[in-house]
Design a protein. Structure first.
Length: 312
């Protein structure tokens, strides 16, 4: 779900004292889920090991985990577009910051996310959502839960389709549910691509409906360290009083993804509006750190073909 402040009401800012307890519960739940994931990791040949090293094979394309997915899919590759699922037995904490400039005003949306890789190609995510309005006042927006399911191991089905469902429990506005189809692939060794088809529905109020499409392409300039590319986001929004008069947003711009350490990343994409309904600029900043509890550990290995369909 794209971070937006449109669901904010005129209510006073909410109490944040419950947030630490919420995250503690999520971590405990993650630990329980990882007990089964560890068993699968031990019996599914999770770790990639070999005696030699083939320097011609990029680390980002090396298969890891029981789903045989490329290493680049185990962390957030793009700021606006998602791809596939996490390996079982792995966790990642992700922080989102999305400032938006439109008509001389500035708003900020924030999300804290915990991603949990589960067995059988499932992934479970939890979010806390809040923001800062144009007047500089912070407010709690609500929490969200997301579930993903990859239809097959990586490379078994073209474009590696993954189903995504999210429910946002908003604090002072109607809840919102969202469905996505996630697609992704590696081309010619260094090019990573993803696209999302999105349908979002507000459950009350003006019953706003959003149909959207996002896509992203980047290039591994420095293997496993630096990717640069392009991202775009298109949205069509209507509500129950304006079904025949939609708002259209189209944003596009450059992107960069940096890995300061083996287990961390920072992705930045400044997108520029191209329609009258679009913001002037929307900056997507995403940073994360991943943990492993019995899941795959990536190691460069000897001669092996990249997992890309077109990498040969």
């Amino acid at each position: 779900m794209r971070p937006r402040l449109s669901n904010r009401s005129s209510h006073e800012p909410s109490d944040y004292r419950a947030l630490p307890a919420t995250w503690l519960c999520l971590v405990l739940l993650a630990g329980l889920g990882n007990l089964q994931a560890q068993d699968i990791a031990e019996t599914s040949g999770v770790e990639v090991r070999a005696s030699g090293i083939d320097e011609s094979v990029l680390g980002q394309t090396m298969p890891v985990g029981p789903y045989n997915q490329p290493q680049w899919t185990t962390e957030r590759a793009f700021s606006t577009t998602r791809v596939y699922v996490r390996p079982p037995g792995s966790l990642e904490f992700v922080q989102y910051w999305t400032p938006e400039w439109k008509g001389g005003g500035t708003e900020h949306a924030f999300r804290e996310e915990l991603e949990i890789g589960l067995p059988h190609r499932f992934q479970l995510d939890f979010y806390q959502n809040w923001g800062i309005d144009e007047a500089g006042k912070s407010f709690y927006k609500g929490s969200s839960v997301e579930l993903r399911y990859a239809l097959a191991d990586w490379g078994k089905v073209p474009l590696n389709p993954t189903l995504y469902a999210e429910w946002a429990f908003n604090d002072a506005a109607p809840d919102v549910w969202e469905l996505k189809l996630l697609l992704g692939e590696t081309f010619a060794r260094r090019w990573n691509w993803a696209a999302n088809l999105i349908y979002e529905q507000k459950t009350g109020g003006d019953r706003e409906t959003e149909i959207a499409f996002s896509t992203a392409l980047n290039y591994a300039l420095i293997d496993e360290k630096l990717n640069v590319g392009f991202e775009a986001l298109a949205e069509r929004r209507t509500n129950r009083t304006s079904r025949s008069k939609a708002e259209y947003e189209l944003l596009a711009g450059p992107s960069i993804n940096v890995h300061p350490t083996r287990n961390s990343f920072v992705a930045v994409a400044p997108l520029f509006g191209t329609t009258k309904d679009s913001p002037d600029v929307e900056l997507f900043v995403v940073a994360g750190f991943q943990f492993s509890f019995g899941g795959p550990r990536h190691e460069k290995e000897g001669p092996q073909a990249p997992v890309s369909m077109f990498g040969r």
